[in-house]
Design a protein around this ligand. Sequence first.
Ligand code: SF4
Length: 310
Amino acid sequence: MGRYKHIFGPVLSRRLGLSLGIDLVPYKTCSLNCVYCECGPTTLLTDERREYVKTDEVLKELADFLKNSPAIDFITFSGSGEPTLHSGIGNIIDFIKTDFPDYKIALLTNGTLFQDERVIEEVKRADLIKPSLDAVSDDVFLRINRPYRGTGPEKIIGGLVNLRERYSGQIYLEIFIVPGINDSPEEIHRLAEAAKKIRPEKIQLNALDRPPAVSGIRKAEYKDLLKIASLFEPLAEIISRYDTKQLNILPSDIEDLILQMVSRRPCTKDEIRTLFSLRIKEVDGILERLLQEGRIRIVRGPRGDYYGGI
Ligand code: SF4
């Protein structure tokens, strides 16, 4: 891949499979300067849209890489900055969808630019959009996302609601939890309310996996994330890495956590399996035991059987 400047990989990602990355802006050009950013501090903090790298060069690299039909699952706009700041993103998406229609496109974005309807128009042909939303209150937003002036959570949420209305692909809303900043019960409640308005297909909770832009930022505890996950509708997934063996979570702890969660809100077997990264046999065993002991019950719901508290 040494001959390419704007595309990288393909890399194997847990969430997207084999993914070819496209980086459309110079290192850390972003409208936010998040304290947890795993690419380091933002060097150019801006909301100006322009052709940061030549669109033609990106198209040439893509054509060269894709001409032999490599087996990849996604072409992903990501990298070390905000891809929607590039004014040619729409042309690049159109190019892929027209000349290489077999490839799926994902866009990882901080969601700050969707208040501009042109941006939504430009990215509408992507198959999956993963916007971030880490705060609803202004003060929490300023502390965690440290934005370019004029960018605020109200505008971002409005933009994401617009996106949902006008975009028919999948939206996975990503929320990065930073202990002590955006994990208070009040802020989580506000985030859950905002997520209801945005209506994403999935809500994903993330936490620190690599060194952050600002020292002193901690990784959220797994048990805290499980509790937070259960407060979202649909139930959120945890996408950060946790080694549950290292955390010394015993089978009895898992049973207790499942019991606490279904007591707060009924869940399907599949939701429990995904959230706790368990095999279906393990979930079956735990639910069977809890049912026999009369500690949970089955409730019929829109997606089949739900397991709920007594
Ligand atoms: S939006 Fe993404 S790239 Fe920009 S500072 Fe935040 S985490 Fe880093």
